[in-house]
Design a protein around this ligand. Structure first.
Ligand code: DAH
Length: 357
């Protein structure tokens, strides 16, 4: 056999010995590079193959392949063993204390007002209403004019408005472009009429803003739910029946209700809807102004001008609407004495209430 064959056999013997001496995966990888790398020892020998005697070349070529396969196989096997030993050592080092207390997971819940809002969504969903939401930043045109409240009309005094002003300007003065924070969810009625085709049944929950002196029952920020039904032959009787069902769903079967005349520019006729006082149940107490009744919402038949602003022909369709504040309902439900507590974002307070998820 040729010198090359001897060298190949010698290399195999050396390589296997070095492999046996390699203590860790790093050393094995270094050995692999010193053999098979571009200037590796085996690579070098193989380059000499072209110069061997043509008669011997097939036998030497076969030997070269065998040496390469043997060394490579041994290297891979050794690496696998070393890795298994490593993993075993790591496992042996680690301990798992099954008795250690777990890390507490903080689970939040809905804010009480949002829990009430969710009840509204569920009740009206059962009545076949869809949810339709509108923007909190509105225009004077939508918040007032589309709702039959012209500029300078005295009824504007019902809504103390926050105007979105240029930096530095007086926020109580109308901005030139008419941008305001919505004072109620009623403009969403008009948006719903424009977006949906009758018959319409929608509720529009959302946050509203007013220029208020903040006290136990007034906030500059609060939540309303508006309801809108537009259909043929809708009547005040439908509104009354629906609200009575709603009051029973929210407050229980025995709930007393009554309708009173009211005034809103966007409904004609307008009504106030009362339930029997939740605190005294009837005889009268400070919470109900000694009347035995609590007003929970305003409602009425949608004014023809409002239908027209929504792109609906009042000769073909009628509708009713109602609007209510969620905050007061929440205070009453949980017996909370001060609205400011609800807006306090104080978890020690808020966590006392079941909130749902
Ligand atoms: N938007 C009224 C308010 O903020 C509430 C209201 C009353 C809404 C009567 C209505 C309605 O849709 O018909 O005081």
């Amino acid at each position: 056999m040729s010198d090359l064959a001897d060298s190949l056999q010698q290399l195999q013997t050396d390589a296997l010995a070095e492999l046996a001496a390699a203590a860790d995966a790093g050393a094995v990888e270094a050995l692999r590079a010193s053999l098979f790398g571009r200037s590796g020892r085996l690579t070098f020998l193989l380059r000499g193959l072209g110069e061997t005697d043509p008669g011997e070349r097939p036998a030497v070529g076969k030997l070269a392949n065998e040496v390469r396969a043997a060394v490579e196989g041994a290297i891979n096997e050794r690496l696998a063993t070393l890795r298994a030993v490593d993993a075993g050592a790591r496992l042996a080092d680690e301990t798992l204390d099954m008795t250690a207390p777990g890390r507490p997971v903080r689970v939040g819940h809905l804010h009480p007002t949002m829990a009430v809002e969710r009840d509204f969504r569920e009740i009206f969903h059962a009545f076949g209403f869809e949810i339709f939401e509108g923007p909190e930043i509105e225009t004077d045109a939508m918040n007032f004019e589309a709702l039959n409240i012209p500029p300078d009309h005295p009824s504007r005094d019902l809504w103390d408005t926050l105007y979105v002003a240029e930096p530095g300007a007086d926020p109580r003065q109308p901005a030139a472009d008419g941008t305001i924070l919505r004072t109620h969810t009623s403009p969403v009625q008009v948006r719903a009429m424009r977006a949906l085709t009758p018959p319409i049944r929608a509720i529009t929950p959302g946050r509203c803003f007013r220029y208020e002196a903040v006290d136990a029952s007034h906030g500059f920020e609060f939540f309303q739910v508006e309801g809108l039904v537009v259909d043929r032959d809708t009547s005040l009787a439908d509104l009354k029946g629906m609200l009575e069902e709603f009051a029973r769903a929210l407050y229980g079967d025995g709930t007393k209700t009554r309708f009173r005349p009211g005034y809103y520019p966007f409904t004609e006729p307008s009504v106030a809807f009362d339930i029997g006082c939740l605190v005294c149940g009837g005889p009268g107490c400070p919470a109900c102004g000694r009347s035995g009744w609590m007003t929970i919402l305003g409602a009425g038949m949608v004014h023809p001008s409002v239908l027209r602003a929504g792109g609906i022909d009042p000769d073909e369709f009628q509708g009713y609407a109602f609007g209510t504040g969620l905050d007061r309902i929440t205070l009453l439900r949980y017996g909370i004495p001060d609205l400011r507590l609800l807006m306090s974002a104080d978890l020690r307070f808020l966590e006392q209430f079941p909130g749902g998820r």
